[in-house]
Structure formats: C-alpha cells, structure tokens
Design a protein around this ligand. Structure first.
Ligand code: GLN
Length: 543
C-alpha cells in the first residue's frame, strides 16, 4: 500500500477535499485502485450532530456512517466505496483512548498524547490498509489548517507513520493559497513558505505543494516556492480557481502533471498515462450543454452553499446525461410560507424538496408540493420532501385536513407521518435513525419501476426517523396515491408517485448519495428529463 497525505495551509476552505478527490480520480484513471478518506481534528465523534450551518451536508455511507461532505466528493470522483473506517475525528480517537484506559488496556501506563493518542490515529491507517487489501493507494485528507492546535497530533501521527511504513511509500501533499495583493499587483508566496515551515517544524517535509491561485503561477514564483519550501520546482503545482464546474479540477491539476509527480514519488512510475476521455466528455456536457431547465430547490438552509451539496451535484450529473444545464433556483421555504408558492416559485420546469429536520418552513414546503401537483410541474421529493408530499396529498386530495407528521406536532390527530414506535404503540421512543444502504422492493407497472429499468430490488441510502404511517395507506391509495416501492424488511413506504401527473415522485431515501458524474442516479435523470419535457423540449439521452 502506498499512502498520500493531503494537508492544508494558510486558510481553510481551500478545496483540499477537491484536490484529494481529483488526485484520486487521476490515479484511478491510470489504473490504480484508490481509496480516499478524511481525518478531521474536531472533537465531535461524527458530523451527524452538527448543524448544517456549521458543517454543510452530512454525507451518509452504505454502512450508515454519517460523515463529512468531502467523502461525497471522494465517492463521486472515484469508484472506491467508503465505510465508517474512512472517517476519523479527534472525538473518535479520544473516545477510544479513554475507553481503553477505563478498561485497563494500557496496563497501568501513564496515558499520553504521544504515544497513546498518536498510536490510535496510526492504528486507523493500518486498519484501513488491512480491511482493503485490493487498494494500492490510500489518500488521506487531514481537515483543518497546519498550525491549528487540534491538528498537531494528527500530523505527529503521520510523521511517525511515514517512518513506520517507509518514507518511500508516502507522499505528503500540502495545499496552500497564493493570495494576490491587489495594491502591489503581486501574488504573494510568503504565507505558503510559512505554513510549510510549520509543517517542517513538526518533521514533515512536503513532497508536492499545490498552490491555489486565481491567476497563473509564473516561473519566478514557482522557483521561489521551491527554494523556500525545499521541494523541486516541478513539484510546485498550480491549482487555479475553476470557472464552470468542480469536475474540471482533475483536468486542471493534470496540467502540471500532478498524477505523474505522485506516482514518481511513490515509485510507481510504470503506471500508464490516464485516459480521461469519459471525464472530459462529461465536463463538456456540463459546460456546454444544448438545453437548460430551471429547477426550484425549496429548503430551509437554502442560503448555505454546502447544505444540499450532493443534491446539487446529482442535478449536475443528471443535467449532463440530458445534455442540459440545470439552473438551480434556491427558494427559502419560509418565503413561500409568507408570500405563497405562486408568487415565490411561479413557473419553473421542476421543483425539488430535499431532506430536512424540524418544523421551520414546513407549511411553505407543503404549499410548494401543492403548487407542483396542481400545476403539473415535475416534482421530486427526497426524504422530508416525500413526507411533505404525503401530507399535502392527505390534506388537499383526501381531505384529511389535519394531516401532519408527529415530527412537527407531537399530539397530531392525523399523523400520516409518524415514528414507527408510535405506530406500534411503544411509548419509550428510542427513535433511532434508519441509516445507510437498505433494500427496497419496487412494484411493477409503476413509473418508479420504469425509471429503475424494471429492477424489482433496489439498494439506496437512508437517513431519517419518521415513516409513512401504514394506518393511512388505504385512504391515500383510494385518493389516487401510488406506493411504488417498500422496504424489503419492514414493508415501509419507500417511493410514492402520482400516475396522472407528468412527474410526481418522492422517495423516503436519499438518491443523491449514489449519483456519479457519468452514472447519474436514475431518479435524478428522469426528473431532469421530465423537466425538459415540461419545458417543451423532447428529452435527449446523451450517450
Ligand atoms: N426529518 C425527517 C425524518 O427524520 C426527514 C429526514 C430527512 O429528510 N433526512 O424522518
């Protein structure tokens, strides 16, 4: 196994995750088996408990691990399927060390940051290596910025680890920022020099420096960075701001041959030049598609760029497969609540309601689903968006006017969405989430079956607590709602659809976690196609 560690310097939000994902994509296109993972120095055990304001989206893996959104980039850019082993936080490390101490596992030793905490971090690297014998290259991104107190233990652990596995098997890549000082009209390399100095203080000499810059990186600056940071000039790589799509990142990094530098450094020089034709054609279709559609995404955290990351990425993938630019119109559900759907959303080609928790903006979302249903606008509901569609249908079609979810009203008289425990009459509600990949059965002769290419079994990732209440099944079905899929284990409703509507489909799971650039999720693809048709363009299936 060869190891790449990606650290960051100067400022946060440098796009380290995208750099790691892009390197992974390039190496995979060279034929290597790659896995990318993240070490986060914060003390939360996982991001599942963090507000989207703090952390953006929580990305869910097959095994139900709730992880950082960067893992979404890793899975979209490479084919490696990740597990909870691939996401480590200080919270997990300390939790384990303290539990070990309480269990007497350190045999009376004084428990210390070094070696006990650093050993625990290294152990994770060995565990991942052991669990993935077919992987050739393990890329680990270290969250945060070099110089942060909380990151120091991770860096120390990596220094020791490189000694342990042999420095020739490790490539340290440091991502930094080259700011432009406008008044002087100059790009400045000093912050980069200083952050590399900080790394070297810990004992880590980076092999490659990736410089985020808005402009071209000239020879002078490359030379300066090389000299002060003690790397070869060719190992100073420019990473310009991409204009159109993040999927350009691998192509951009390839200009300075990052993948070649990495394989040379790791002694894997025999690997062939990557064949990026598929990737390039995907990027072309994203950048210069023939058609466009306007899709309103109606949510609660709409102002946050990162809160619905995977949804936006999935729309991009489905846009490319439909040769269509998806213009996302972000709509705040509370604005709909205040001014009405007609005024705030009006005519769009499609409406998507993503997942969410809590009751803020709920009435706005219900009004949105009604607007889509009554005006024949394609509607795609995801998780909460499916529960909303169910409530809307119950209220306005089946005349169950008090229909709601017990998430919004604990004393609901008409709980069309409720906790399974409540449904079973259990009072003590542990109410743990349904998380991770689960099997569903798709019913034939439904739109969903058609979209899934007549598959009878599908596997999708979940992250939710509340469920469609089976007590209302008959009444809603009588009203015209079609249940098109149920969970294999408990028969819980997984997909609903309206057969008379051009496209009204909602899923209890999260299809956005399984969409990839050249493999758009079928539901997203079908939704964008339907939006095109709604706009009057016959859907084109790009090859
Ligand atoms: N709040 C809802 C539930 O827990 C929906 C969750 C979601 O959309 N991810 O069931």
């Amino acid at each position: 196994m060869k190891y790449i560690f990606v650290t960051g310097g100067v400022v946060s939000s440098l796009g380290k995750g995208l750099a790691a994902a892009s390197i992974g994509a390039l190496l995979e296109h060279r034929g290597h088996k790659v896995m990318i993972q993240k070490f986060d120095p914060y003390l939360n055990v996982d991001p599942g408990t963090m507000s989207p304001y703090q952390h953006g989206e929580v990305y869910v893996l097959d095994d139900g691990a709730e992880t950082d959104l960067d893992l979404g980039h890793y899975e979209r850019f490479t084919s490696g399927k990740l597990s909870r082993l691939n996401s480590l936080s200080s919270g997990q490390v300390f939790e384990t060390v303290i539990r070990n101490e309480r269990e007497g596992k350190y045999l009376g030793a004084t428990v210390q940051y070094i070696p006990h905490v650093t050993d625990e971090i290294q152990k994770r690297l060995f565990d991942v290596t052991e669990a993935n014998p077919d992987v050739d290259i393990l890329i680990t991104e270290i969250g945060g910025t070099v110089g942060d107190i909380e990151g120091t233990l991770f860096l120390e652990a990596l220094r020791q680890f490189a000694l342990e596995v042999g420095r020739e098997n490790v490539c340290f890549i440091h991502v930094t920022l080259l700011p432009l000082v406008k008044a002087a009209g100059e790009i400045k390399t000093k912050p980069t020099q200083q952050s590399v100095a900080k790394l070297r203080e810990i004992g880590i000499q980076p092999d490659i420096i990736i410089c985020r810059t808005e402009h071209d990186l000239d020879e002078d600056n490359r030379r300066k960075i090389a000299m002060f940071c003690n790397v070869e000039k060719k190992n100073v790589v420019a990473f310009r701001d991409v204009e159109n799509t993040i999927y350009q990142c691998p192509l951009d990094l390839r200009r300075d041959k990052i993948d070649r530098l990495v394989v040379d450094r790791l002694g894997m020089s025999e690997s062939p030049t990557p064949d990026l034709k598929d990737w390039e054609s995907f990027v072309d279709r994203v950048v210069q598609p023939e058609h466009s559609v306007d899709i309103a995404v109606v949510g609660k955290y709409i102002e946050l760029q990162d809160a619905y990351k995977s949804i936006y990425e999935s729309l991009t993938h489905a846009g490319a497969s439909n040769n269509t630019r998806v213009n996302v119109i972000r709509v705040d559900a509370e604005a709909v609540e205040e001014h009405g759907a007609e005024k705030v959303i009006g005519t769009v080609d499609g409406i998507l309601i993503p997942g969410g928790f809590g009751d803020r903006g709920i009435e706005g979302k219900i009004a949105t689903a009604r607007h889509a249903r009554e005006n024949n606008i394609p509607y795609f509901g995801i998780c909460l968006g499916m529960q909303i569609a169910t409530i809307e249908f119950a209220r306005h079609v089946c005349e169950i006017t008090a229909a709601t979810s017990t998430e919004f009203d604990k004393e609901a008289n008409e709980p069309v969405i409720c906790l399974q425990e409540e449904q079973k009459g259990i009072r003590d509600m542990g109410a743990s989430m349904r998380l991770g990949l689960q099997k569903s059965i798709v019913y034939p002769d439904t739109k969903a079956a058609e979209i899934y290419n007549n598959a009878t079994e599908i596997f999708e990732r979940h992250r939710h607590r509340w469920e469609f209440n089976p007590d209302y099944l008959d009444r809603l079905q009588e009203g015209g709602l079609v249940i098109s899929a149920v969970s294999a284990n408990e028969g819980l409703v997984e997909i609903i659809e309206l057969p008379k509507h051009p496209f009204f489909i909602a899923a209890q799971y999260h299809p956005e976690f399984l969409s990839k650039p050249n493999f758009p999720h079928p539901l997203f693809h079908a939704f964008v196609s339907a939006s095109l048709i709604a706009k009057g363009v016959a859907a084109t299936q790009a090859s």
